[in-house]
Design a protein around this ligand. Structure first.
Ligand code: UDP
Ligand code: MN
Length: 838
């Protein structure tokens, strides 16, 4: 009995133990369940956060990228930069060389033209730099290029002696060959690819470094005189700055210093040889190219000539060496702020002023106003450019500057750079189109100033039209055979015009663009860009710069001065034959204010039989600004988006899905945005029998990745291990079979799961399903899939419902539901056969 009782007691203990254990187990289980529920929730939350972040990121990327059409990450490559000639001859000697090569009659003609040029430019010298800075009035008389212009410079001894070394000076300007500059990582991204903040154009003397505005004022008495209010400069900085300025003044004089390399001699010697070798190659190659490409007479050096120095080469009649005209070769004030394209610093006491005036143009307006409007800049062309031959009978051009509230000094500097560095016989006129500016100084004062220059015409628009329609107004008024569009804050470099016109002469369907160099928005220095850069676009139609692939350069045996095929132009600066511009239907006048017009004209040119080229022998500096300084009549972002949508609709064919699919889905909602009537544009495209966008991608921009769908093939369900199939209008599951078309689906840029014209869509508010006709504007047809790397990456998440609902296969395989998303539910995981994009 005792035994039994003991036994019972024992088993009771066991039972009690089991009972307690189960209770504990249950408690743990419940806790675990709670945790797992939390886990799912947090997963979902995380997923949502990630997804939302992703969308915001994408949108902000779009906004960011839209910010500037030139914007591109700065490349930080320590590149050797080749500059114009190892000590080029001064302009007059260069011209003399040209005359020597031509027939006597032609010599006279050219000389006449040149004289005309100098009279046109020098005779009508810029009077003032800025109304507030009348110091240049006095200096203007000394902007003399040839003795013919007579008027002696009213300058102090040091300046006069510098003028006396004109020849040396011009040697100095271009006197750097291959300069390795140190790389300093810049904090700015408002520059085109390859631009380096530190990559200043070479200075006239061996010394480089910033000059300081105050110091220059000290060194140039004619300036200080006119600045009675100038405050006392920061002592320490003045000291350094003065030093730099004085060194320059001193070293600019002796020829021997200026013709010496600024950096390691060995490198330079090597570089010289290389450049010379390349030059020989280039001349021959470009000749060959010309033969291949052009129906017109080609330019050739005569056989047996030493290409290294073709000064003695007998040239064919009808061509001449590119004119390196530059009325600023011997600037009236070599010590002026920013002279020769140098960086200039302002004293710390002036920084407030700099900041105050920054927004007038979104660059250093304060500094710009102190730099001569006719400053010299270094000749940055590749060495061989100055030797190139161009035709004598090139077409003339109208240069069109559109502007709205442009800063006075930059507008003037743009105009003067054209007047000072263009062969006058080729410059028909300069048209300034005032796009309804609000600034007072751009009215009468501008009229008065420009009245000195017979070639300058001003057109005033009666209401704000925007860049695109302003250009159209300029084009309509132009009398030249070629239209050359420029932004109103540029500086055209030596010999910039003829190489552009030469390309058009060779083929009227060529649309040449100069290399756009960089004028720093901060210190106004003239900076160099990498070679072989061309304009491209990335989705969603964002302009950028990209270097030609190395293999392409090798394959085509390209030299740094060869024209570069350019899929998309930056937009600001280019030449186009006027008639051809109109044949192409000009710009779409439905584009507003700014943005997208460069895409439009680029696609149009390429797809309708033309070509866009970057011409390395033509170089123009441009101030890249962080923001547009002018107002947009409507919202800025909406304006640009609308313009881009117009371009996409007219030119992109089926590829427009890629545009919308990269963060622009909202543009498909016609209730939110009206992109206007496109009939005229689509008719034009038909009339011109333009190629397809597919053709453009394959032939012009083959390195562009443009998959028409994000994913395609079978849609495999992980839990069921079967594939989705569409049969007789309903969805079911089958054993996967690639050969069955009924199992083939696309996951598109519109985020559709699609077969032919049918899209998988949730039905009503329940969890049912239906197949609907695909419609890009309907958000309820969209599914997120692989939109992030998170726990729901493989799910198909319905986009239109606010809470997470995922597409789920029923365990028996006969059904399809919309259920709350569960990260680990394999019946909610889907896999397409091929993924082309994330
Ligand atoms: N511009 C204009 N009207 C406008 C917007 C711009 O005339 O509504 C002019 C502007 O003054 C400049 C040129 O168009 O000369 C190009 O504009 P911007 O320099 O702002 O373009 P970005 O260089 O930034 O692409
Ligand atoms: Mn610009």
């Amino acid at each position: 009995m005792m035994k039994v009782r003991r036994y019972l007691r024992g088993s009771g203990r066991v039972l009690a133990f089991v009972f307690i254990a189960s209770v504990i187990w249950l408690l743990f289980d419940m806790a675990a369940l709670r945790i797992s529920i939390n886990d799912v929730n947090s997963h979902l939350l995380k997923e949502r956060v990630i997804r939302e972040r992703e969308i915001i990121k994408q949108q902000s990327r779009v906004t960011q990228l839209m910010k500037r059409r030139f914007k591109h990450p700065v490349q930080r490559v320590d590149l050797a930069v080749t500059h114009a000639g190892t000590g080029p001859l001064p302009s007059d000697s260069k011209l003399a060389q040209v005359y020597r090569q031509g027939g006597k009659k032609q010599d006279q003609m050219l000389r006449d033209k040149n004289t005309e040029a100098l009279q046109d430019q020098g005779g009508k010298n810029p009077k003032t730099e800025h109304p507030k800075h009348s110091e240049h009035k006095e200096g203007a008389a000394s902007l003399n290029v040839t003795p013919k212009q007579g008027a002696p410079a009213k300058k102090k001894a040091v300046n006069l002696s510098l003028n006396g070394t004109k020849l040396d000076k011009s040697r100095v300007i271009g006197g750097y060959n291959r300069v390795k500059l140190p790389v300093i990582v810049s904090n700015t991204t408002q520059v085109p690819s390859g631009v380096q903040e530190d990559k200043r154009a070479p200075l006239p003397a061996e010394k480089k470094g910033p000059t300081k505005t105050g110091d220059v004022a000290q060194n140039a008495p004619d300036k200080t005189d006119s600045k009675p209010n100038k405050k006392v400069k920061d002592e320490a900085k003045t000291e350094t700055g003065t030093k730099v300025s004085r060194l320059q003044a001193k070293e600019a004089r002796p020829v021997k210093t200026t013709s010496k390399p600024p950096l390691k001699d060995v490198n330079r010697k090597e570089a010289n040889i290389k450049t010379q070798e390349k030059h020989i190659k280039t001349v021959n190659k470009s000749d060959l190219d010309a033969v291949k490409e052009t129906p017109k007479p080609t330019i050739k050096l005569q056989a047996g000539k030493d290409s290294k120095d073709n000064s003695t080469a007998v040239r064919k009649p009808g061509v001449h060496k590119v004119l390196s005209l530059d009325a600023t070769r011997a600037p009236r004030d070599p010590n002026a702020v920013g002279q020769f394209g140098q960086a200039a610093l302002v004293g710390s006491n002036e920084e407030v002023e700099v900041r105050k005036r920054w927004d007038e143009g979104h660059f250093n307006v304060y500094l710009s106003d102190q730099i001569p409007v006719d400053r010299a800049i270094p000749d940055t062309r590749p060495e061989m450019c100055a030797q190139n031959l161009v035709h004598d009978d090139l077409p003339s051009t109208s240069v069109i500057f559109c502007f709205v509230d442009e800063v006075w000094s930059t507008l003037l500097r743009s105009v003067h750079s054209v007047l000072n560095r263009s062969p006058p016989h080729l410059l028909k006129e300069i048209i300034l189109v005032d796009d309804f500016s609000t600034k007072e100084y751009l009215k009468e004062q501008l009229d008065t100033y420009m009245s000195q220059f017979p070639k300058v015409r001003i057109i005033r628009l009666k209401e704000r039209q925007g860049l695109i329609r302003a250009r159209l107004a300029g084009a309509a008024a132009a009398k030249g055979e070629v239209l050359t569009f420029l932004d109103s804050h540029v500086e055209c470099n030596v010999g910039w015009l003829e190489p552009l016109l030469e390309r058009i002469y060779q083929d009227r369907r060529k649309v040449p663009c100069p290399v756009i160099e960089v004028i720093s928005d901060k210190d106004m220095s003239y900076m160099l860009v990498d070679n072989f850069q061309r304009g491209i676009f990335k989705w969603p139609l964002v302009f950028g710069w990209s270097a030609l692939p190395e293999e392409y350069i090798k394959k085509h045996n390209m030299s740094i001065s060869d024209p570069i095929r350019c899929p998309v132009m930056a937009g600001g600066l280019f030449s186009i034959e006027k008639k051809y511009f109109y044949e192409l239907g000009a710009y779409d006048p439905g584009l507003d204010v700014w943005g997208g017009e460069n895409m439009e004209i680029s696609f149009k040119i390429w797809m309708c039989g033309g070509e866009i080229e970057i011409i390395p022998c033509s170089r123009v500096g441009h101030i890249f600004r962080g923001q547009n300084p002018y107002k947009f009549p409507k919202d800025r972002q909406k304006t640009v988006e609308r313009n881009l949508a117009r371009v996409a609709e007219v030119w992109l064919d089926e590829y427009k899905d890629l545009f919308y699919g990269h963060g622009y889905h909202h543009l498909l909602n016609k209730k939110l945005i009206d992109i206007g009537n496109l009939t005229e544009q689509t008719e034009l495209r038909k009339k011109l029998k333009c190629n397809s966008f597919k053709w453009y991608l394959e032939n012009v921009y083959p390195d562009m990745v443009a998959p028409l769908v994000k994913a395609e093939g079978l849609v495999f369900n992980r839990g069921l291990r079967k594939c989705l199939s569409l049969q007789k209008g309903s969805l079911l599951f089958e054993i996967c079979d690639l050969s069955k078309q009924s199992q083939h689906f696309n996951y598109t840029w519109m985020r559709h799961v699609r077969q032919q014209d049918l899209c998988v869509a949730p039905q009503g508010k329940g969890n049912g399903f239906a197949l609907q006709s695909c419609d890009n504007t309907k958000t309820e047809l969209r599914w997120f899939h692989k939109s992030s790397n998170s726990a729901l990456a493989e799910h198909l998440i319905a986009e239109f419902v606010s809470h997470h609902m995922c597409l789920e296969a029923g365990p028996q395989g006969g059904t399809l539901h919309l259920n709350p998303c569960e990260p680990s539910n394999s019946f909610q995981k889907w896999q397409f056969t091929h993924y082309h994009a994330q």
